[in-house]
Design a protein around this ligand. Structure first.
Ligand SMILES: [Zn+2]
Length: 497
């Protein structure tokens, strides 16, 4: 168990790590030290380079490995992802992703109990750590919720983060509206300002109470879900609160055709123009996903200092891609990365981001591997105003990830970053250190039983899926909502799980 100051499991005295490759930072960019050394003491890095001159308490040689900064995940998957159910099952409104009128009238319910909600956050946090993510801003679906995320589940999330040692920015998602499928299949937006105001108030209360807990590992943020379900006044109050509290604010926008149409209907303009006109944009404003926007809109965001949160896998599964990464970066747009779906694998997201970035730019040389790696590290840190994250240099936080490059499946390694972009995955993460505390070693997170968690997650997910007909338009049976890829020929034997 960790204590509230977050000092447990932190080595006393400097620790020196070596590996074939160490990513340091000099002149505002990452550099690669071959046969490099990194030394940290307490929660801070004291040295990166060659030939550390001082005494050390411990030395660990990771051999054929890459030691780099932990990833910053600005849209970090934090539940048992139901988005994957949509892989071959569309449109979402026929598949339980928009509440039907009769479900709304009968009063939506929490489909998970407090214990289940707490479990899935803890489970997700462990998965993020094992994928080399050291800073996470959780995101989860609201479709199976009664309305907003609750303060109570975020109190337990703070405890899980503190205990597992994950650096987080937490805040319950809240909203002032939602969409409803009418009996005839048309979709309408309903706004409830009182509920929006109440959600904002609770979220502010959470920030005030929990900011800086666990020795600063737990920070807070405001998460006003998605743009099309807001009013000008409430979103302005949210932005003002974020500035007062000096916390990041994350708002999903420029991410769907439905949003584009709704914004035109409700406000007669585009999401980016509307956000600019109401004074919402600025530093520490995080905007997933930017795929459904004109270039002029993305230029507005670029000029504002806000960060676009790029989650290439989840968007590509829906058939869309950012247009396009390199041109937008050149235009000054800040871009950070998010996982947002299962698996919460930042390496895979960088790979897909690299490939789609080239498809969309029409240029086989842009973006580069460094562009994606920068976004997943420095881009996220910049979005949070954290010059001490996303890089390994003297004075920075000791948030360190060790990728094993000796696995025989990886093949031959030339450039270690190129290896991440072609052959590696989050499964190659071996050791994770956050704030100077070794939270995972050799793939093992002390106190977290991945096999027991997997079984529980499977059961919990199946229970949740079984309830989809309740809130799916016209309530078809589950086999009709999510038919299997191929016809299933049943067996009489007991099921293997
Ligand atoms: Zn998202």
């Amino acid at each position: 168990m960790s204590n509230e100051t977050g000092t447990n499991n932190v080595a006393e005295g400097p620790v020196l790590l070596t590996a074939r490759w160490v990513i340091g930072h000099a002149d505002s960019r990452h550099v690669l030290y071959e046969n490099g050394e990194i030394v940290y003491e307490g929660s801070r890095i004291v040295f990166v380079g060659h030939h550390y001159p001082g005494p050390v308490k411990r030395r660990i040689d990771h051999g054929m490995a890459l030691i780099g900064p932990g990833f910053v995940d600005l849209d970090a998957l934090s539940d048992l992802d139901t988005g994957v159910l949509g892989l071959d099952h569309q449109p979402g409104w026929k598949k339980g992703r928009v509440w039907p009128r009769d479900y709304v009238n009968s009063g939506p319910v929490e489909m998970l109990d407090p214990d289940e909600l707490a479990f899935q956050k803890r489970y997700a946090f462990a998965q993020l750590i094992r994928n080399g993510i050291t800073t996470a801003l959780p995101i989860a679906s609201l479709f199976y919720r009664e309305w907003n995320e609750t303060t109570a589940e975020f109190v337990s999330a703070a405890e899980s983060a503190g205990e597992l040692g994950l650096r987080v920015y937490l805040g319950p998602a809240f909203r002032a509206g939602h969409s409803v499928v009418e009996d005839d299949g048309s979709i309408v937006v309903e706004i409830d300002e009182d509920r929006g105001a109440e959600g904002l108030e609770r979220a502010i209360g959470f920030c005030k109470e929990h900011e800086g807990r666990y020795g600063g590992l737990v920070r807070t943020m405001l998460a006003p879900d998605r743009i099309e379900f807001w009013t000008k006044d409430l979103l302005q109050l949210t932005a003002a609160a974020a500035r007062d509290l000096d916390v990041p604010v994350r708002l999903h926008c420029c991410q769907s055709e439905f949003e584009v149409q709704t914004m035109h209907k409700r406000f007669g303009t585009t999401s980016a123009r509307w956000l600019q006109s109401i004074g919402f944009l600025g530093d520490k404003v995080l905007l997933p996903h930017g795929t459904n926007a004109e270039r002029a809109d993305l230029d507005i965001i670029a000029g504002s200092g806000a960060t676009l949160v790029h989650c290439p896998i989840v968007m590509a599964r829906h058939g869309v891609a950012l247009d396009n990464f390199s041109d937008l970066r050149r235009a000054g747009l800040r871009i950070g990365m998010g996982t947002d779906t299962w698996p919460p694998d930042m390496v895979q997201n960088m790979q897909v981001g690299l490939m789609l970035g080239r498809v969309m730019s029409g240029d086989s040389a842009r973006p580069t591997s460094a562009d994606l790696y920068d976004a997943a590290t420095l881009g996220g840190a910049q979005a949070l105003g954290r010059g001490d994250l996303g890089r390994l240099q003297k004075g920075a936080a000791a948030d360190i990830v060790v990728f094993k490059l000796s696995g025989s499946r990886l093949g031959h390694v030339t450039d270690p970053i190129a290896c991440l972009m072609t052959s590696a995955s989050g499964r190659d993460v071996d050791t994770v250190i956050i704030d100077g505390r070794t939270v995972m070693q050799g793939g093992i997170i002390p106190g977290f039983d991945f096999e027991a968690a997997r079984q529980r997650a499977q059961t919990q997910f199946e229970r949740l899926v079984a309830r989809y007909p309740e809130r799916t338009w016209q309530h078809p049976p589950i086999e009709e909502i999510f038919p299997s890829t191929y016809p299933i020929i049943p067996s009489r034997k007991a099921r293997i799980s």
